[in-house]
Write a protein that binds this ligand. Structure first.
Ligand SMILES: C=C(O[C@@H]1C=C(C(=O)O)C=C[C@H]1O)C(=O)O
Ligand SMILES: NC(=O)CC[C@H](N)C(=O)O
Length: 802
């Protein structure tokens, strides 16, 4: 039963021990507040464990809250560096306090219990929980309910202070463990899963009530609320505004409100668009419609930008964008010096002309700056169903994590390497063709931007007006008309053969035999070190990666060469989030066949589709067996992936992490419409989940992206601590574009980005081609199998030698 407003909903202090699913607890608390008719920020105060000194928490915050929730977290409650003010909060007594996982371990420690390594670390596995007290915290919850666990440490039975603490629940059944010699084994588990203090209102749960796969999480939080009211009737109904302003949520909002570039003056641009239906091509033609159309428009383009949905339908992608960086103002951001440069090249053999340059002041993140630019470059919305209405196309590299306030620059930042691409690069596309594969028949939609107020005096940041090249609607419409004529002519010939898909081009790509930067033995050793961190409770899942590299015989200096590489990869592994990006710097380009959506934003909703769980798939033509045998083997591989305890645990952990990320930008509406289903690509089966949420008003697409960056599926959980562990394990080598995101922010506010995996990056003036690859590790990882998985991922797009 939700708590009734009367207003009886207590005010809660939620302490974050750093991004360990804290915002999922916030979601449970939020729902309670909303059910009571209250406003979240009046009722819930979120602070980090080291945000304020203890005296400030004690004197300024505690008097204004009714209860406290202490979040899970990496490390140990014994260490102040991991637990911050939480130990003082537990010791101070008085207010009801619920500790989750690390918080629970902290309560035990505070009263003399020992917290030790569990016999079996358990991350993302589900255990039945046996309950010994059916009132209080567990009122109405059946004994034996399922709960998700993420822990390596546990409260010890040896020397348990029974005079002070009461064991409320234990795990039962078995969990899976990995042993060096025997591999996977099932082990009985009896760890303490919940406790309470005998006389003080302190409660701890070792499991995670906020996990998407735990039962009765909301009930447990409601019980805690009910006990709070019974023990101490709530004081004032609201946290005072001055105290609410100390909350992480309020501070976070403020970080996005630094002085804007110019007063937003409504839409700066207007869209000119026209559709060309493409008729009903035969099956053969339909399969590579995108490739043919892109060839028509950009085969000779020296600077093509192509977001290519190369496997439409089955995987959700439905749209390709074909554009050029030639003539488009292109933004580059480099962390070193924190400088932004916007420049444009109108002619392939001319130099760039500078549009804008600035160094970002300390305190303003690149993300906030970019969001601001997007706010200032809005288009008066065109057709409702059009996901891309011109706007920014490009990538954000992994190292931009240093600009994310929640992740921050952990330890030494990787030194920029000579010849490396910028940390972010995006072109403002003011004209393009969108291939809409969702409509029947498919349509080419030709788009161009014109100034919404031609001839108006320039606004506060005049360079923003120069982002579009058309001076008014007429030339924009003329360009659109010309493209439509070209496409119509081509479409008329489509059925009768038309220009063939450029098979020869793909075949002409130089074969690349990639070699790993970290060889097998080094990688296996890094896996052992990662597992040691997991056993110590520092992380639950670590997505370790390395790079595979080749030195092309002839430096890749032209878009045509890169295009051949991309088409060869596309043949081998067509993906829903393909991309070919050649911004024009000689010898720098990206060819991506990513199967993974990072996030898409459309009409106030955000969707993420994290992948965790990879199994090799043998393409039919390469299997030396009958159709029936191949089909049976292929289905067995998919089924084995779907039912594998380790892969499911990995996926669950990332789903919970992504929910946490999204809960920081949503209004309590995060949900998981699809959990762990298999999507099959040419050479891999993947396990995918879908997480959705409504975005709070006034949070722009770049802000959403920044809150979820870097992609949790490329870090592991908890994100911040694990990113630091990874920096060390990967020798502080930058991951670059790999592990970052590729996609667009449309000028009408929608966005769609893939996770940059299965991606070839050319840099160092075309003398180096790299494909990053890695995989998630947990306590259940078998190192040799992990290495094989890494090779499978690389081979899904390129040949590799290892
Ligand atoms: C790290 C990679 O992939 C990530 C890890 C996966 C896994 O562990 O199963 C799957 C997809 C990606 O989120 C990669 O492709 O290099
Ligand atoms: N989820 C957590 O809070 C983990 C607590 C602690 N770091 C452990 O591994 O046991």
């Amino acid at each position: 039963m939700p708590v009734r407003c009367g207003d009886g909903v207590p005010r809660t202090l939620l302490v974050d021990n750093y991004d360990s699913y804290t915002f999922n607890l916030l979601q449970l608390l939020t729902r309670q507040v909303l059910a009571g008719g209250g406003a979240v920020r009046d009722k819930i105060l979120v602070i980090r464990n080291d945000q304020y000194p203890w005296e400030v928490v004690r004197d300024r915050i505690l008097p204004h809250v009714d209860n406290i929730v202490v979040s899970p977290g990496p490390g140990s409650a014994e260490r102040a560096g991991d637990f911050g003010v939480c130990m003082e909060l537990i010791r101070s007594g008085g207010r009801p306090l619920l500790g989750v996982c690390l918080g629970h371990q902290g309560i035990a420690l505070a009263f003399g219990a020992a917290v030790e390594r569990c016999r079996v670390p358990v991350h993302g596995q589900i255990s039945p929980v046996e309950i010994y007290e059916s009132e209080g915290l567990f009122a109405g919850i059946p004994s034996g309910f399922s709960a998700v666990r993420y822990h390596s440490l546990a409260v010890s039975d040896a020397g348990f202070p029974h005079d002070q603490l009461v064991v409320l629940a234990r795990a039962s059944g078995t969990v899976c463990a990995f042993e060096q010699r025997r591999g996977r084994v099932q082990v009985e588990t009896r760890e303490i899963m919940a406790l309470r203090h005998r006389t003080r209102p302190l409660f701890g749960v070792q499991f995670h009530p906020e996990s998407v796969c735990s039962e009765h999480g909301a009930r447990l939080i409601n019980n805690f609320t009910a006990m709070t009211r019974a023990l101490a009737p709530p004081g004032q109904p609201h946290v005072p505004a001055s105290v609410a302003a100390m909350s992480l949520l309020a501070l976070d909002d403020r970080a996005w409100l630094h002085p804007p570039l110019a007063e937003p003056s409504g839409p700066r641009f207007e869209l000119v668009s026209e559709d060309v239906p493409l008729g009903l091509p035969d099956a053969d033609t339909a399969a590579d419609l995108g490739e043919r159309l892109q060839a028509l428009l950009h085969a000779d383009d020296p600077m093509p930008l192509w977001l290519d949905c190369a496997s439409p339908g089955a995987h959700g992608g439905q749209m390709s964008v074909m554009a050029s960086a030639l003539g488009a103002a292109t933004l580059q951001f480099r962390l070193a010096g924190r400088s932004v440069t916007v420049a444009r090249r109108d002619c392939p053999d001319r130099h760039y002309s500078l549009v804008h340059q600035e160094s970002l002041p300390a305190g303003a993140t690149f993300w906030a700056w970019m969001q601001d630019v997007c706010d200032q470059t809005m288009v008066r919305p065109g057709p409702d169903d059009l996901r891309f209405q011109c706007g920014w196309i490009g990538y954000f590299a992994y190292e931009l994590k240093a600009e994310c306030t929640g992740v921050g620059p952990g330890g030494p930042s990787p030194a920029p390497q000579p010849g490396q691409m910028p940390d972010a690069q995006l072109a403002f596309v003011d004209r393009c063709v969108v291939l809409d594969l969702a409509s029947a028949p498919p349509r080419a939609r030709v788009l161009a931007l014109a100034p919404a107020h031609p001839g108006a005096p320039p606004s506060g940041a005049p360079w923003l007006d120069r982002l579009v090249a058309f001076s008014s609607r007429e030339p924009a419409a003329a360009w659109v008309g010309e493209q439509c004529r070209r496409i119509r002519g081509w479409a008329a010939r489509l059925g009768g053969g038309g220009p063939a898909a450029p098979n020869e081009e793909a075949a002409a790509a130089e074969p690349m035999a990639l070699r790993p930067a970290m060889d097998r033995s080094e990688y296996l050793e890094a896996i052992e070190r990662a597992k040691e961190q997991i056993l110590r409770g520092e992380s639950y899942e670590v997505c370790l990666t390395t790079q595979f590299r080749a030195r092309p015989r002839r430096p890749i200096v032209s878009a045509a060469q890169m295009r051949r590489q991309y088409l060869a990869m596309r043949r081998r592994s067509p993906a829903p989030y393909g991309a070919l990006l050649w911004f024009g710097a000689p010898g720098e380009g990206i060819a991506s066949c990513s199967p993974e959506r990072f996030l898409s934003i459309d009409r106030g909703y955000v969707e993420m589709k994290p992948i965790k769980g990879t199994a090799r798939r043998v393409p039919r033509p390469e299997a030396g067996c009958s159709d029936a045998e191949w089909a049976a083997d292929d289905a067995a591989r998919a089924r084995a992936l779907e039912t594998d305890v380790k892969e499911r645990a990995e996926n669950l952990m990332i789903v919970d992490l992504i929910r946490h990320d999204l809960n920081s930008v949503s209004d309590g509406s995060v949900d998981v419409p699809r959990l762990m289903h298999i999507e099959s690509f040419a050479r891999v089966h993947q396990m995918v989940s879908t997480v959705r949420a409504r975005v709070r008003p006034h949070i722009g697409p770049v802000a959403v992206l920044a809150h979820c960056f870097p992609p949790g599926s490329m870090t592991g959980a908890p994100k911040r601590r694990t990113v630091r562990i990874l920096d060390a394990l990967e020798n502080h080598a930058p991951r670059g574009v790999y592990s970052g995101v590729i996609g667009y922010v449309s000028a009408h506010g929608a966005a769609d980005f893939s996770v940059a995996i299965r991606t070839a990056v050319v840099d160092c003036a075309g003398t180096r081609l790299s494909v990053g690859a890695g995989g998630a590790l947990t306590a259940l990882s078998d190192p040799k199998a992990e290495w094989a998985e890494v090779e499978t991922k690389v081979r899904s797009v390129c040949d590799c030698v290892s």
